[in-house]
Design a binder for this molecule. Structure first.
Ligand code: ADP
Ligand code: ZN
Length: 218
């Protein structure tokens, strides 16, 4: 099964993917995570792309597509399928993804649009905390860890992403509306688009996704 998760920053793509990837047995590919790992490693690419992420802009399409292509080539043989999170983010990336998949004999089954309102997204992003060690996601109010600042899963330290500050968040939302929102129509035309209300809690969104995957209309 191949799923693409769409939605604004803060819509809950990462949280949903985390909650469901084991159940589905698919690879969870988050370009945000791949990009942050590259920056943390201090690689040549990492140094080049850091400024885009920190300013709230998008990393160039070629760089991101190359990362995805590498991951798909590496794993296509195991036939587990994928959940793409944070990719595609532009029209060019959307058509590139179809090409990369086709080259491996694969095709997208579902594009899931997590529709969230602006005030919800802002509240989620400003309160988001991430585990430095395992990447688990928390929220100061909505999903707090049992012990403040400490990951429930691995006891790693929780931190606030550098791009989760108010100014950068605003820029990311503008970029989302300009460059990412139009690709919703791309998947509508392919008759793959399903929309869920992402203003509700994580468990409701998970249930809605399972219903869609089971073939019920949303
Ligand atoms: P969020 O969904 O909360 O914005 P992500 O972790 O998906 O967080 O992305 C963080 C940043 O990484 C983005 O603001 C952007 O700079 C970069 N990024 C992630 N995915 C892509 C992509 N597909 N294309 C270009 N840049 C990306
Ligand atoms: Zn952790």
């Amino acid at each position: 099964m191949i799923i693409v998760l769409l939605g604004a920053p803060g819509a809950g793509k990462g949280t949903l993917a985390g909650a469901i990837k084991d159940q589905l047995g698919v690879h969870h590919i988050s370009t945000g995570d791949l990009i942050r790992a590259e920056i943390k490693a201090g690689s040549v690419i990492g140094l080049e792309i850091k400024r885009y992420v920190e300013s709230g802009g998008l990393v160039p399409d070629e760089v991101v597509t190359r990362m995805i292509e590498g991951k798909v080539k590496e794993t296509a043989a195991d036939k587990k399928g994928y959940m793409f999170d944070g990719f595609p983010r532009t029209s060019a990336q959307a058509s590139d993804l179809d090409k990369v998949l086709a080259a491996n004999g694969l095709v997208i089954d579902f594009a899931l649009y997590m529709e969230a309102s602006l005030n919800v997204v802002l509240q989620r992003l400003t309160g988001r905390r991430v585990c430095r060690k395992c990447g688990a996601l928390y929220h100061l109010k909505n999903m707090p860890s049992r012990k403040e600042g400490v990951c429930d899963v691995c006891t790693g330290e929780l931190y606030q992403r550098a791009d989760d500050n108010e100014e950068t968040i605003k820029k990311r939302i503008v970029v989302y509306n300009d460059q990412t929102k139009p690709i919703i129509d791309f998947y509508k035309l392919q008759e793959k688009l399903h929309t869920v209300n992402a203003d509700t809690g994580a468990e409701d969104v998970r249930k809605a996704l399972i219903q869609i995957l089971n073939g019920k209309k949303s």
